[in-house]
Design a protein around this ligand. Structure first.
Ligand SMILES: Nc1nc2c(ncn2[C@@H]2O[C@H](COP(=O)(O)OP(=O)(O)O)[C@@H](O)[C@H]2O)c(=O)[nH]1
Ligand SMILES: [Mg+2]
Length: 242
């Protein structure tokens, strides 16, 4: 079982699979789940590269504002490149319906209480989406700062979101998510006057675990900082294309 959050998923290190040998005996194989995931991640990378597509993996705690940020920014990116969204959730297609409302193709993955997306699930989503050449794909991971950070999805970049209502010490408490990300988006900055959140402290904690981390502050409510986020996305996509 997942020993990080007790979610019921197989251990992130090992799982057991069963196969029959030539004489029909059932044999137990210990698979390295992460190694298996890496094979699917490599296939996803090839799939994206063959279409000149770019994928961004978005991770955060539940409710940090991933879907809202997507709803706001997809509108600004719609005329720039073909877009697609992979939505990961434990249950429901609520977020997928929000993205559909913006008019962007979306595929929902329900993990049935699994705490993260893995590369195999994302590969299936790509098949369903039939990605157009040059697509920009956003993967909204399951809300969780721990388990998603351990699974390569074959993405071109990982974005970690942190809302100002969550506390400025999250990068120190959940370092792996911040170490593996290229950019941290500090969301809900419109709420700064109402919460004890020090922007300086948060950035210090984040840069202590990842000195190369880019940091963007934004509010999907007011639109402040949205241009910086959209510019980062375009820069990444252009870099991958060149
Ligand atoms: N005040 C404020 N609320 C926000 C902002 N972004 C998202 N929210 C709210 O935060 C809640 C969770 O947002 P959602 O996008 O569903 O988070 P997700 O679980 O990370 O996808 C919703 O009630 C949003 O309306 C923001 O920039 N400012
Ligand atoms: Mg969401």
């Amino acid at each position: 079982m997942c020993d990080t959050c007790g979610c019921g998923m197989p251990s992130h290190e090992h799982a057991h699979e069963y196969e029959s040998d030539h004489d029909g005996h059932v044999i137990e194989l210990e698979m390295n789940v992460l190694a298996k995931n890496d094979v699917y991640a490599a296939a996803n990378r090839e799939h994206l590269a063959s279409r000149g597509a770019v994928a961004i993996n978005m991770i955060s705690s539940p409710g940090a504002g991933k879907t809202t940020l997507l709803q706001q920014s997809l509108n600004q990116l719609k005329d720039w490149r073909p877009l697609a969204v992979v939505e990961g959730d434990l249950q429901t297609d609520n977020d997928a319906r929000r993205i559909q409302g913006v008019g962007v193709p979306v595929h929902q993955i329900n993990t049935n209480n699994g705490c993260h997306l893995d590369a195999h699930m994302v590969g299936h989503a790509y098949e369903h989406l039939s990605l157009a050449t040059g697509s920009l794909v956003f993967i909204e991971n399951v809300g969780n700062l721990v388990c998603p950070a351990g699974f390569d999805l074959g993405e071109n970049a990982t974005v970690v979101l942190l809302s100002v209502t969550e506390g400025d010490d999250k990068p120190a408490k959940y370092p792996v998510a911040f170490v593996n990300a290229q950019v941290m988006v500090i969301t809900k900055t419109d709420l700064l006057p109402y919460v004890d959140f020090s922007m300086d402290r948060c950035k210090e904690f984040a840069r202590a675990v990842n000195p190369d981390l880019e940091i963007i502050e934004c509010s999907s409510r007011t639109g402040d900082g949205m241009d910086g986020w959209v510019a980062w996305v375009k820069r990444l996509a252009n870099q991958v294309a060149s």
